[in-house]
Design a protein around this ligand. Sequence first.
Ligand code: BG6
Length: 485
Amino acid sequence: MGFPKNFLWGGATAANQYEGGYLSGGKEPSTLDAITGGSHTEPRRITFKTKDGQLESVTREHRLPEGAVGYIDPDLYYPSHVATDFYHHYKEDIALFAEMGFKCFRLSINWSRICPKGTDEVNEEGLAFYDAVFDELKKHNIEPVVTINHFDIPMYLADNLDGWSNRKVIDYFLFFCETIFKRYKNKVKYWMTFNEINFLRSWTQIGIHDNSKQAKFQAAHHLFVASGKAVQLGHEINPEFQIGMMVAYIPSYPMSSRPEDVLEALQFNRDQEFYIDVQVKGYYPAHKLKEFERENIVIEKVPGDDEIIANGTVDYIGFSYYMSTVSSANPENVKFVGGNQMPAVKNPYLAESEWGWAVDPLGLRISLSKLYDRYHIPLFVVENGFGAVDVVEADGSINDDYRIDYFKKHVAAMKDAIDLDGVDLIGYTPWGCIDLVSAGTGEMKKRYGFIYVDLDDNGHGSLARSRKKSFSWYQEVIASNGEKI
Ligand code: BG6
């Protein structure tokens, strides 16, 4: 009973939000280096130069004009440039993770650190940086869990090839994969191809200028082919590799038992499960093909794509779980609250975080059960957490009981899913185990960590690390293998 003996307790981060060093050691900019900070009320902006040399900016849901190239304005603050500076603090941070008892640590590799332009030129200094990180993890018996690509693309590929709209990017991505698979073949076992593949839809994330539905699904097709090829290549390089996919899972409940609401919820849920279907079952589900047909969306494939997708299915499902939402056939009657990368519908039975994300631990058990019943392969909760404003007391302590409360209930939900539903859950990596920049708002003030980092929304602060109250709570959870929560 309880969590399996070798359960992977750990924490999760992403290069663009944590690593910093954006031009250090031969790295060149990625799209996320040209996106400003923001807040609840002020959305983040992409800064770019038009074909005629005008400097402009748009929020992320807007398309970029054709021919626009990313531009970094020296007078603006871009949170990814320093982020919370893992680049210079990795030894200290890994020591803190080890003190908490981490069995694993999820990080992403910055594509433009390895291949500065995203093409087939390799930056040895970048490779050496991750060698040092993996060696440090090994010293502390911490297993790396690597997201190959977390929400960014080398700016050169966005500027010159229109990112993932272009099939050529599949080859460049594969070159990147081959480089890191070969280099870290004996250092990394757990990989994931694309972070939250269901959220990849804009210039910042995949480098596409046109963000229409047609363009988005054509790019998604290229991502599927790239993932399928990467899985096969990884297994050839080291058959021991465990290569997963990663999706943002936000279960939706019907607003009522009215069949129309139930159908809405079904449609919402399968829009996310579509990405899992393709990468786990190896083919496009019938409902999506029908949707494409109805909406005149034509996916250009080349012969062999379907086979690549069929033969490149993943070893496990990694997913983020923060919140749930509600579906209603009458959206005019519902109240919207905040949500992960989208507005979500208010559930009258649930409270929300300050950012409006519904807190729903039982939803995690429901999601785990549903995903396991549906796919029968191991599951890995690779993100979960509570974004909150932390207060540093006069004595330096940070009493984040709200976070402990959130985690307690989610760990209990995972335990139930294992004990009562028989789910094969292999690990748990709470998001932003050390404070980092928020992806949604670009803020520092929305914190997730067990470890506090002294940095504010404008980039001011000493970057000093300190332990929050949740640090020792999580330490005990890991030490007791989830028994003592
Ligand atoms: C997930 C992403 O969507 O949620 C992370 O994979 C992100 O990159 C996390 O940081 C939390 O979202 P936010 O907007 O609070 O940072």
